[in-house]
Design a protein around this ligand. Structure first.
Ligand code: PBG
Length: 335
């Protein structure tokens, strides 16, 4: 039957009717809040509050461990299930040894947050780029010009980092380096360490994206030379994103991720259909910064824009959305 018997506007007439047939719903339980924890911010006279604002990401600060604990409390009180931790270490070196230091910044923050808020999930980003002095996500093979990131040597360091996070109390580990074989290596290393119950949330289809710009300011992790196109994915490739994800599933990923989110909604849908896995999407720093800048200029309604965006990411197939707007969205959904 077509018009005039069929009239789609019938079910759009009132809020109650629209609610009855709404296909996609948002709840705070679907959002994860990323946080940046910085070594040495406590007791830093330049930052008496233990917080350092990030210019390109209004509302997001780098945090001391104490402030991270306080912020985690706020996150838990809003009904959000968890936080995703990034660390800014005391010192960087060629191999990023701060990443697997038992007393490193993420390990310390994880222990402190879990002690104060045991039910809140602490997910740790597992990568070397915040810890290497060259800003790349792995160990450099120096022979070639420019140097390249040595896959297998990096995988060993990444697995070591994941184990140290789990030992500190991380509930899930989230490798974001895009080395081949790292999910399998992490699974084996965790199992060997008696941690067969620690799940892996794999950044499976992580694209080499301009939308990470603000994050690299926040985490001080821009590559010193070259770019990440030798390991992160080409934004042009959807079939390859499915292959990357299926390999991570084979290697033991428990949750797969597509990143960024907004320019990759088709990839989210394809990954969901191809894997039937729990899918996370990372609504990244540049996506946050765009909305913030447009809202500050009076060009967009921030609340409406963010809720529409989050709905679209969920409609595309994401079960979990990692977003710097998580706390705002949780508040907006309350009233
Ligand atoms: C680390 C990592 C990055 C992001 C998450 N983990 C940066 C990058 O790969 O350059 C980006 C997150 C964001 O932009 O919000 N490898």
């Amino acid at each position: 039957m077509a018009f005039p018997e069929t009239r789609l506007r019938r079910l759009r007439a009132t809020p109650a009717l629209r609610g009855l047939v709404r296909e996609t719903r948002l709840s705070a339980s679907q959002f994860v809040y990323p946080m940046f924890v910085e070594h040495g911010l406590e007791g830093d006279p330049a930052h008496p509050t233990g917080r350092a604002p990030i210019a390109s990401m209004p509302g997001v600060d780098r945090l001391s461990v104490d402030q991270a604990v306080a912020e985690a409390g706020e996150v838990a009180a809003l009904g959000l299930p968890g936080v995703l931790l990034f660390g800014l270490p005391a010192e960087k070196d060629a191999d990023g040894s701060g990443a697997w230091d038992a007393d490193g910044i993420v390990q310390r923050a994880t222990r402190a947050i879990k002690a104060a808020h045991p039910d809140l999930l602490v997910i740790t980003d597992v990568c070397l780029c915040e810890y290497t002095d060259h800003g790349h996500c792995g160990h450099l093979r120096m022979g070639s010009h420019p140097p390249t990131v040595d896959n297998d040597a990096s995988v060993a360091l990444i697995a070591r980092t994941a184990v140290s996070h789990a030992r500190a109390g991380a509930d899930l580990v989230a490798p974001s380096d895009m080395m081949d074989g790292r999910v399998g290596a992490i699974r084996a290393a965790l199992d060997e360490d008696g941690r067969s119950d620690t799940p892996i949330m794999a950044y499976s289809a992580k694209f080499s994206s301009a939308f990470y710009g603000p994050f690299r300011d926040a985490a001080d992790s821009a590559p010193a030379f070259g770019d990440r196109r030798g390991y992160q994915m080409d934004p042009a490739n959807g079939d390859e994103a499915v292959r990357e994800t299926l390999l991570d599933v084979q290697e033991g990923a428990d949750i797969v991720m597509v990143k960024p989110a907004l320019a990759y909604l088709d990839v989210i849908r394809r990954v969901k259909d191809a894997t039937a896995m729990p899918v996370a999407a990372y609504n990244v720093s540049g996506e946050y910064a765009m909305v913030k800048a447009a809202a500050a200029a009076g060009h967009l309604d921030e609340r409406a824009t963010v809720l529409e965006t989050l709905t679209a990411i969920r409609r595309a197939g994401a079960d979990i959305v990692i977003t710097y707007h998580a706390k705002d969205a949780a508040r907006w959904l309350q009233n």
